[in-house]
Design a protein around this ligand. Structure first.
Ligand SMILES: Nc1ncnc2c1ncn2[C@@H]1O[C@H](COP(=O)(O)OP(=O)(O)OP(=O)(O)O)[C@@H](O)[C@H]1O
Ligand SMILES: [Mg+2]
Length: 291
């Protein structure tokens, strides 16, 4: 009998350039996918652990992280933590992950460890979103090898395309060898500033390069997106009416549409409660109802 495939898609969020909005996109896209009733697993592959702390999870409270999956053969089931958001779980990162890079160098099939672990995983998530570190290191290579597709956030600024050929070359090399099916999920413009004409020129350049891969949804520069992580919440629970929140909600819609899912029904009523592993920033549980 064939194996029941329960995970629809694994999406790596990658760009070796630092600070372009990878983590903001991972946390908020994952939260809005949950908001639309899609069970989602977020995987924090970055030793900086920003996705993990974005849900208020203290690094020091993380007993098992991606490190244990890559190095100690821990199973996904053993490593998953609740984010506190309904329909959304996380495989957290902690400082151990800094060592993973070095420890992986001399292991056999060092680029395919994550892929193998996902292959044996029987969970029932619709989407797995991987937040990659700002490098083309073994952590990113493992993510791109395990993924079905890669979502590339690009900051809408003059130098945003610089280094992009390095990323596309890496994607092509991975396709040739480790993961022939790797697709580009989409290219997302982040931190767009409408007051700058420069931004619109950059958008045009990026459009020429990536064509219809570029999402119509553009993420504006919005302070609420930057503030939310310090409250340990995705923006949907911090300020759902903000421009940043609306943009990530639109992105989730567009993402689903590209994947053949038209949302006819209103979003589900997701709640965020705080899991045990979490340092409580706010005592009150928050509820958000979809419109
Ligand atoms: N649209 C936005 N508007 C305003 N601030 C933003 C926006 N997106 C991200 N930021 C802020 O910019 C900084 C970098 O964003 P983020 O951490 O998501 O990038 P990253 O690509 O994950 O960075 P790194 O490469 O270090 O992992 C963060 O402080 C974040 O809060
Ligand atoms: Mg990050």
């Amino acid at each position: 009998m064939g194996k029941l495939i329960t995970v629809n898609k694994i999406v790596a969020i990658a760009n070796q350039k630092g600070g372009v909005g990878k983590t903001t996109t991972a946390v908020n896209l994952a939260s809005y996918l949950a908001h639309f009733g899609k069970e989602t697993l977020l995987v924090d592959m970055d030793p900086q652990s920003n996705s993990t702390s974005g849900f208020g999870i203290e690094k020091s409270s993380v007993k098992r992280s991606c490190y244990d999956i890559l190095i100690n053969n821990a199973t996904i089931e053993e490593t998953i933590l609740p984010t506190g958001v309904d329909w959304l779980d996380i495989i957290p990162a902690n400082r151990d992950l800094i060592g993973a890079e070095v420890e992986l160098v001399n292991t056999i099939s060092r680029e395919t460890r994550l892929k193998k672990i996902f292959k044996n995983f029987q969970g029932s998530y619709k989407y797995i979103i991987i937040d990659c570190p700002p490098s083309l290191s073994l952590l990113t290579l493992n993510s791109l090898t395990a993924a079905n597709s890669v979502l590339i956030p690009l900051q809408a600024e003059f130098y945003s395309l610089e280094g992009i050929s390095e990323l596309t070359n890496t994607i092509n090399l991975i396709r040739e060898d480790l993961n022939p099916g790797l697709e580009i999920e989409g290219v997302l413009l982040t931190m767009y500033d409408t007051r700058l004409t420069l931004s619109s020129q950059v958008v045009e350049e990026i459009g020429k390069f990536f064509k219809d891969k570029v999402y119509q949804t553009v993420i504006p520069r919005n302070v609420r997106l930057a503030e939310a992580p310090s409250f340990g919440k995705p923006v949907i629970f911090y300020d759902p009416e903000s421009k940043g929140a609306k943009a990530y909600q639109n992105l989730a819609r567009e993402f689903l549409k590209r994947n053949g899912i038209e949302l006819k029904q209103p979003p589900v009523d997701v709640k965020m409660k705080y899991p045990l592993a979490v340092q409580k920033k706010t005592k009150k549980d928050l509820t958000i109802t979809g419109k």
